[in-house]
Design a protein around this ligand. Structure first.
Ligand SMILES: C[S@@+](CC[C@H](N)C(=O)[O-])C[C@H]1O[C@@H](n2cnc3c(N)ncnc32)[C@H](O)[C@@H]1O
Length: 312
Protein backbone atom coordinates (compact mmCIF):
# COMPACT_ATOMS: atom_id res chain seq x y z
CA UNK A 1 0.00 0.00 0.00
CA UNK A 2 1.34 3.42 -0.92
CA UNK A 3 1.59 6.31 1.49
CA UNK A 4 -1.22 8.09 -0.29
CA UNK A 5 -3.50 5.05 -0.04
CA UNK A 6 -2.77 4.86 3.70
CA UNK A 7 -3.54 8.52 3.98
CA UNK A 8 -6.85 8.10 2.16
CA UNK A 9 -7.85 5.36 4.53
CA UNK A 10 -6.99 7.39 7.58
CA UNK A 11 -8.93 10.29 6.17
CA UNK A 12 -12.00 8.13 5.59
CA UNK A 13 -11.85 6.39 8.95
CA UNK A 14 -11.21 9.50 10.99
CA UNK A 15 -13.94 11.40 9.26
CA UNK A 16 -11.79 14.47 8.77
CA UNK A 17 -12.98 16.49 5.87
CA UNK A 18 -12.03 15.46 2.44
CA UNK A 19 -11.52 19.10 1.62
CA UNK A 20 -8.53 19.24 3.92
CA UNK A 21 -6.94 16.64 1.79
CA UNK A 22 -7.47 18.70 -1.32
CA UNK A 23 -6.65 21.98 0.41
CA UNK A 24 -3.35 20.57 1.49
CA UNK A 25 -2.47 20.61 -2.17
CA UNK A 26 -1.96 16.96 -2.89
CA UNK A 27 -1.91 16.41 -6.60
CA UNK A 28 -3.73 13.10 -6.45
CA UNK A 29 -6.97 14.10 -4.82
CA UNK A 30 -8.78 10.93 -3.85
CA UNK A 31 -12.18 10.05 -5.18
CA UNK A 32 -13.70 6.94 -3.66
CA UNK A 33 -15.53 4.65 -6.02
CA UNK A 34 -18.14 2.10 -5.01
CA UNK A 35 -15.66 -0.72 -5.49
CA UNK A 36 -12.92 0.96 -3.49
CA UNK A 37 -15.13 1.87 -0.60
CA UNK A 38 -16.55 -1.64 -0.50
CA UNK A 39 -13.08 -3.20 -0.43
CA UNK A 40 -12.00 -0.78 2.27
CA UNK A 41 -15.08 -1.37 4.42
CA UNK A 42 -14.82 -5.14 4.05
CA UNK A 43 -11.24 -5.07 5.33
CA UNK A 44 -12.12 -2.67 8.11
CA UNK A 45 -15.01 -4.90 9.24
CA UNK A 46 -12.88 -8.02 8.94
CA UNK A 47 -10.27 -6.44 11.18
CA UNK A 48 -13.01 -5.63 13.69
CA UNK A 49 -14.29 -9.23 13.70
CA UNK A 50 -17.52 -8.53 11.81
CA UNK A 51 -18.73 -11.79 10.24
CA UNK A 52 -19.81 -11.69 6.59
CA UNK A 53 -17.82 -8.48 6.26
CA UNK A 54 -18.25 -8.11 2.48
CA UNK A 55 -21.99 -8.72 2.56
CA UNK A 56 -22.50 -6.27 5.40
CA UNK A 57 -20.36 -3.64 3.66
CA UNK A 58 -22.54 -4.02 0.58
CA UNK A 59 -25.79 -3.88 2.54
CA UNK A 60 -24.70 -0.76 4.39
CA UNK A 61 -23.53 1.02 1.25
CA UNK A 62 -26.65 0.08 -0.71
CA UNK A 63 -28.72 1.40 2.19
CA UNK A 64 -26.75 4.67 2.24
CA UNK A 65 -27.08 5.17 -1.49
CA UNK A 66 -30.74 4.07 -1.45
CA UNK A 67 -30.19 1.48 -4.13
CA UNK A 68 -30.40 -2.32 -4.36
CA UNK A 69 -27.23 -4.30 -3.64
CA UNK A 70 -27.12 -5.56 -7.21
CA UNK A 71 -26.73 -1.99 -8.45
CA UNK A 72 -23.39 -1.73 -6.67
CA UNK A 73 -22.10 -4.33 -9.12
CA UNK A 74 -23.66 -2.68 -12.12
CA UNK A 75 -21.66 0.48 -11.56
CA UNK A 76 -18.56 -0.34 -9.47
CA UNK A 77 -16.66 2.72 -10.70
CA UNK A 78 -19.36 5.17 -9.67
CA UNK A 79 -17.70 7.85 -7.54
CA UNK A 80 -19.20 8.76 -4.18
CA UNK A 81 -19.72 12.42 -3.44
CA UNK A 82 -18.86 14.02 -0.13
CA UNK A 83 -22.40 13.90 1.18
CA UNK A 84 -22.64 10.19 0.48
CA UNK A 85 -19.34 9.58 2.25
CA UNK A 86 -20.49 11.68 5.19
CA UNK A 87 -23.64 9.61 5.42
CA UNK A 88 -21.79 6.31 5.12
CA UNK A 89 -18.97 6.97 7.59
CA UNK A 90 -21.00 7.03 10.86
CA UNK A 91 -22.84 3.87 9.85
CA UNK A 92 -19.56 2.05 9.35
CA UNK A 93 -18.44 3.20 12.78
CA UNK A 94 -21.68 2.09 14.40
CA UNK A 95 -21.41 -1.35 12.85
CA UNK A 96 -17.78 -1.63 13.88
CA UNK A 97 -18.73 -0.81 17.45
CA UNK A 98 -21.07 -3.80 17.54
CA UNK A 99 -24.48 -2.42 16.57
CA UNK A 100 -26.26 -5.06 14.44
CA UNK A 101 -26.63 -4.06 10.80
CA UNK A 102 -30.40 -4.50 10.93
CA UNK A 103 -30.75 -1.98 13.75
CA UNK A 104 -28.59 0.51 11.83
CA UNK A 105 -30.64 0.23 8.66
CA UNK A 106 -33.81 -0.25 10.72
CA UNK A 107 -35.11 -2.87 8.34
CA UNK A 108 -35.17 -6.59 7.71
CA UNK A 109 -36.76 -8.92 5.21
CA UNK A 110 -38.83 -11.78 6.64
CA UNK A 111 -40.34 -14.26 4.20
CA UNK A 112 -39.95 -11.57 1.54
CA UNK A 113 -41.87 -9.00 3.61
CA UNK A 114 -40.26 -5.78 4.69
CA UNK A 115 -40.27 -5.12 8.44
CA UNK A 116 -38.91 -2.34 10.62
CA UNK A 117 -36.67 -3.36 13.50
CA UNK A 118 -34.98 -1.52 16.34
CA UNK A 119 -33.79 -2.23 19.86
CA UNK A 120 -37.36 -2.78 21.07
CA UNK A 121 -37.48 -6.17 19.33
CA UNK A 122 -35.42 -9.21 18.49
CA UNK A 123 -34.16 -9.29 14.91
CA UNK A 124 -36.13 -12.11 13.23
CA UNK A 125 -33.93 -15.09 12.41
CA UNK A 126 -33.83 -17.53 9.47
CA UNK A 127 -34.85 -20.41 11.81
CA UNK A 128 -38.05 -18.52 12.53
CA UNK A 129 -38.71 -18.19 8.82
CA UNK A 130 -38.29 -21.96 8.61
CA UNK A 131 -40.86 -22.51 11.38
CA UNK A 132 -43.28 -20.15 9.62
CA UNK A 133 -42.77 -22.04 6.35
CA UNK A 134 -43.50 -25.29 8.18
CA UNK A 135 -46.85 -23.88 9.34
CA UNK A 136 -47.62 -22.64 5.84
CA UNK A 137 -46.73 -26.07 4.44
CA UNK A 138 -49.39 -27.64 6.67
CA UNK A 139 -52.10 -24.99 6.55
CA UNK A 140 -51.66 -23.04 3.31
CA UNK A 141 -54.79 -24.49 1.70
CA UNK A 142 -57.03 -24.36 4.78
CA UNK A 143 -59.43 -21.46 4.84
CA UNK A 144 -60.05 -19.44 8.03
CA UNK A 145 -57.29 -20.91 10.22
CA UNK A 146 -57.31 -19.38 13.73
CA UNK A 147 -53.77 -18.51 14.80
CA UNK A 148 -52.23 -17.21 18.04
CA UNK A 149 -48.64 -15.87 17.94
CA UNK A 150 -47.17 -15.72 21.46
CA UNK A 151 -44.31 -13.24 21.96
CA UNK A 152 -44.80 -11.59 18.60
CA UNK A 153 -41.86 -9.12 18.89
CA UNK A 154 -41.60 -7.34 15.52
CA UNK A 155 -44.78 -9.15 14.45
CA UNK A 156 -42.82 -11.20 11.93
CA UNK A 157 -44.61 -14.54 12.29
CA UNK A 158 -48.11 -13.08 12.64
CA UNK A 159 -47.64 -10.76 9.66
CA UNK A 160 -46.25 -13.50 7.41
CA UNK A 161 -49.10 -15.86 8.31
CA UNK A 162 -51.64 -13.07 7.78
CA UNK A 163 -50.15 -12.49 4.32
CA UNK A 164 -49.85 -16.09 3.16
CA UNK A 165 -52.72 -18.05 4.78
CA UNK A 166 -56.20 -17.98 3.28
CA UNK A 167 -58.44 -15.61 5.25
CA UNK A 168 -56.99 -16.49 8.62
CA UNK A 169 -57.92 -14.99 11.99
CA UNK A 170 -54.71 -13.91 13.68
CA UNK A 171 -54.09 -12.82 17.26
CA UNK A 172 -50.65 -11.79 18.46
CA UNK A 173 -49.51 -11.03 21.99
CA UNK A 174 -46.37 -9.80 23.70
CA UNK A 175 -45.73 -8.69 27.22
CA UNK A 176 -43.62 -5.76 25.97
CA UNK A 177 -45.74 -2.70 25.03
CA UNK A 178 -42.75 -1.30 23.10
CA UNK A 179 -42.54 -4.43 20.95
CA UNK A 180 -46.29 -4.33 20.32
CA UNK A 181 -46.03 -0.74 19.12
CA UNK A 182 -43.51 -1.74 16.49
CA UNK A 183 -45.42 -4.91 15.56
CA UNK A 184 -48.48 -2.76 14.84
CA UNK A 185 -46.39 -0.40 12.72
CA UNK A 186 -45.10 -3.38 10.76
CA UNK A 187 -48.61 -4.69 10.20
CA UNK A 188 -49.56 -1.25 8.87
CA UNK A 189 -46.50 -1.13 6.67
CA UNK A 190 -47.69 -4.36 5.06
CA UNK A 191 -51.36 -3.28 4.91
CA UNK A 192 -52.33 -6.01 7.33
CA UNK A 193 -53.30 -3.96 10.38
CA UNK A 194 -56.94 -5.01 10.08
CA UNK A 195 -56.02 -8.66 9.86
CA UNK A 196 -54.19 -8.99 13.19
CA UNK A 197 -55.47 -8.42 16.70
CA UNK A 198 -52.50 -7.30 18.84
CA UNK A 199 -52.75 -7.44 22.62
CA UNK A 200 -50.44 -7.03 25.58
CA UNK A 201 -50.40 -10.27 27.54
CA UNK A 202 -48.12 -12.33 29.75
CA UNK A 203 -48.33 -15.43 27.55
CA UNK A 204 -51.99 -16.57 27.91
CA UNK A 205 -53.03 -14.17 30.71
CA UNK A 206 -55.20 -12.01 28.41
CA UNK A 207 -55.93 -14.62 25.76
CA UNK A 208 -59.40 -16.00 25.23
CA UNK A 209 -60.79 -18.60 22.85
CA UNK A 210 -59.25 -21.56 21.08
CA UNK A 211 -56.85 -21.70 18.17
CA UNK A 212 -56.04 -24.12 15.35
CA UNK A 213 -52.40 -23.00 15.46
CA UNK A 214 -50.47 -21.62 18.42
CA UNK A 215 -46.98 -20.55 17.48
CA UNK A 216 -44.16 -19.07 19.50
CA UNK A 217 -40.50 -18.29 19.35
CA UNK A 218 -40.07 -17.79 23.09
CA UNK A 219 -36.89 -16.72 24.90
CA UNK A 220 -34.86 -19.93 25.23
CA UNK A 221 -31.27 -18.96 25.99
CA UNK A 222 -30.20 -20.31 29.40
CA UNK A 223 -29.59 -17.35 31.76
CA UNK A 224 -26.10 -18.66 32.47
CA UNK A 225 -25.23 -18.50 28.74
CA UNK A 226 -26.40 -14.94 28.07
CA UNK A 227 -22.94 -13.58 28.74
CA UNK A 228 -21.47 -15.93 26.11
CA UNK A 229 -23.61 -14.48 23.32
CA UNK A 230 -21.96 -12.40 20.61
CA UNK A 231 -21.69 -8.70 21.59
CA UNK A 232 -24.08 -7.65 18.81
CA UNK A 233 -26.75 -9.82 20.46
CA UNK A 234 -25.80 -9.45 24.13
CA UNK A 235 -25.51 -5.66 24.15
CA UNK A 236 -28.20 -4.71 21.67
CA UNK A 237 -31.09 -7.15 21.45
CA UNK A 238 -33.69 -7.05 24.27
CA UNK A 239 -32.78 -9.31 27.18
CA UNK A 240 -36.43 -10.26 27.74
CA UNK A 241 -36.54 -11.68 24.22
CA UNK A 242 -33.58 -13.96 24.96
CA UNK A 243 -33.51 -15.01 28.61
CA UNK A 244 -35.12 -18.42 29.03
CA UNK A 245 -34.19 -18.84 32.70
CA UNK A 246 -32.55 -22.02 34.02
CA UNK A 247 -31.50 -24.28 31.13
CA UNK A 248 -33.46 -21.93 28.85
CA UNK A 249 -36.63 -23.95 29.39
CA UNK A 250 -38.59 -21.71 31.76
CA UNK A 251 -40.67 -19.85 29.17
CA UNK A 252 -41.11 -22.91 26.96
CA UNK A 253 -42.53 -24.76 29.97
CA UNK A 254 -44.75 -21.80 30.90
CA UNK A 255 -46.28 -22.00 27.44
CA UNK A 256 -46.58 -25.79 27.36
CA UNK A 257 -48.23 -25.81 30.82
CA UNK A 258 -51.25 -23.96 29.43
CA UNK A 259 -51.26 -24.50 25.70
CA UNK A 260 -53.74 -27.37 25.66
CA UNK A 261 -56.44 -25.15 27.21
CA UNK A 262 -56.17 -22.75 24.24
CA UNK A 263 -55.87 -25.22 21.35
CA UNK A 264 -58.92 -26.22 19.33
CA UNK A 265 -59.54 -29.97 19.14
CA UNK A 266 -56.87 -31.23 16.72
CA UNK A 267 -55.11 -27.83 16.98
CA UNK A 268 -51.31 -27.75 16.81
CA UNK A 269 -48.60 -25.91 18.73
CA UNK A 270 -45.32 -24.95 17.03
CA UNK A 271 -42.47 -23.81 19.27
CA UNK A 272 -39.01 -22.71 18.22
CA UNK A 273 -36.45 -24.18 20.64
CA UNK A 274 -32.69 -24.20 21.18
CA UNK A 275 -30.76 -26.75 19.11
CA UNK A 276 -29.91 -28.87 22.18
CA UNK A 277 -33.29 -28.68 23.94
CA UNK A 278 -35.23 -31.09 21.71
CA UNK A 279 -35.45 -34.21 23.87
CA UNK A 280 -36.21 -32.31 27.11
CA UNK A 281 -38.90 -30.24 25.45
CA UNK A 282 -40.41 -33.26 23.71
CA UNK A 283 -40.73 -35.17 27.00
CA UNK A 284 -42.22 -32.15 28.70
CA UNK A 285 -44.77 -31.60 25.91
CA UNK A 286 -45.83 -35.26 25.99
CA UNK A 287 -46.29 -35.00 29.77
CA UNK A 288 -48.71 -32.09 29.16
CA UNK A 289 -51.03 -34.42 27.32
CA UNK A 290 -50.10 -33.25 23.81
CA UNK A 291 -50.43 -35.87 21.06
CA UNK A 292 -48.22 -36.68 18.13
CA UNK A 293 -45.32 -34.74 19.67
CA UNK A 294 -42.41 -34.43 17.28
CA UNK A 295 -39.27 -32.44 16.55
CA UNK A 296 -38.61 -30.83 13.19
CA UNK A 297 -35.06 -30.15 12.05
CA UNK A 298 -33.91 -26.86 10.60
CA UNK A 299 -31.97 -26.63 7.34
CA UNK A 300 -28.75 -27.33 9.28
CA UNK A 301 -30.11 -30.61 10.60
CA UNK A 302 -30.71 -29.37 14.18
CA UNK A 303 -33.91 -30.02 16.12
CA UNK A 304 -35.36 -26.53 16.19
CA UNK A 305 -39.15 -26.87 16.18
CA UNK A 306 -41.34 -28.69 18.66
CA UNK A 307 -44.70 -29.64 17.31
CA UNK A 308 -47.63 -31.27 19.14
CA UNK A 309 -51.42 -31.45 18.84
CA UNK A 310 -54.46 -31.55 21.04
CA UNK A 311 -56.58 -34.68 20.80
CA UNK A 312 -59.32 -34.32 18.16
C1 LIG B 1 -37.34 -14.53 20.90
S1 LIG B 1 -38.40 -13.11 20.82
C2 LIG B 1 -39.37 -13.55 19.41
C3 LIG B 1 -39.89 -12.38 18.63
C4 LIG B 1 -40.58 -12.75 17.31
N1 LIG B 1 -41.71 -13.63 17.51
C5 LIG B 1 -39.59 -13.43 16.38
O1 LIG B 1 -39.68 -14.64 16.22
O2 LIG B 1 -38.71 -12.74 15.82
C6 LIG B 1 -39.46 -13.45 22.18
C7 LIG B 1 -40.58 -12.44 22.40
O3 LIG B 1 -41.35 -12.92 23.52
C8 LIG B 1 -41.72 -11.82 24.32
N2 LIG B 1 -41.98 -12.33 25.67
C9 LIG B 1 -41.08 -12.70 26.62
N3 LIG B 1 -41.71 -13.13 27.71
C10 LIG B 1 -43.04 -13.03 27.47
C11 LIG B 1 -44.20 -13.31 28.22
N4 LIG B 1 -44.14 -13.78 29.47
N5 LIG B 1 -45.40 -13.09 27.65
C12 LIG B 1 -45.49 -12.60 26.39
N6 LIG B 1 -44.42 -12.31 25.62
C13 LIG B 1 -43.21 -12.51 26.15
C14 LIG B 1 -40.54 -10.86 24.22
O4 LIG B 1 -40.93 -9.54 24.54
C15 LIG B 1 -40.12 -11.05 22.77
O5 LIG B 1 -40.75 -10.11 21.94
Amino acid sequence: MTFLQCYDILKFASGTAYKTYKDEGYILSKTWTVKEILDWTRDYFKGAGVERSRLEAEQLLAYTLEIDRIQLYMDPDRPLDEKELDNFRPLVKERKSGQPLQYITGQVSFMGLSLKVDERVLIPRPETEEMTEEILGEFRDNEGVKVLDLGTGSGAIAIALARFLVEPTISAVDKSPEALELAKENAQLNNLEKEIDFKQSDWFSEVTGNYDVIVSNPPYVPSSKLKELKPKIKYHEPQEALDGGDEGLQEIKNILNQVEDFLSPDGTVFLEIGHDQGEDVKDYAAAQNLQDVRLIEDSRGKDRILCGSKEA
